[in-house]
Design a protein around this ligand. Structure first.
Ligand SMILES: [Zn+2]
Length: 58
């Protein structure tokens, strides 16, 4: 199995999954919230949370 991390933002009340920006100038992309722009490393309102998903199908 493998584990991967899903990021969410709760700025709208319900958790919304963060999306990855397709920016080829950056070596490492970071997911961000389409609602408020928060990212895991820039989270001024503390609305970003994550969940580790275990994939048992591996
Ligand atoms: Zn947000």
């Amino acid at each position: 199995m493998s584990v991967y991390r899903k990021w969410y933002c709760t700025c709208k009340g319900l958790p919304v999954e963060l999306v990855y920006e397709e920016n080829f100038e950056e070596e490492k992309g970071e997911p961000f919230c389409q609602g408020c722009g928060a990212t895991p490393s820039s989270d001024p309102k503390q609305t970003v949370l994550y969940r580790d998903i275990e994939d048992w199908e591996d």
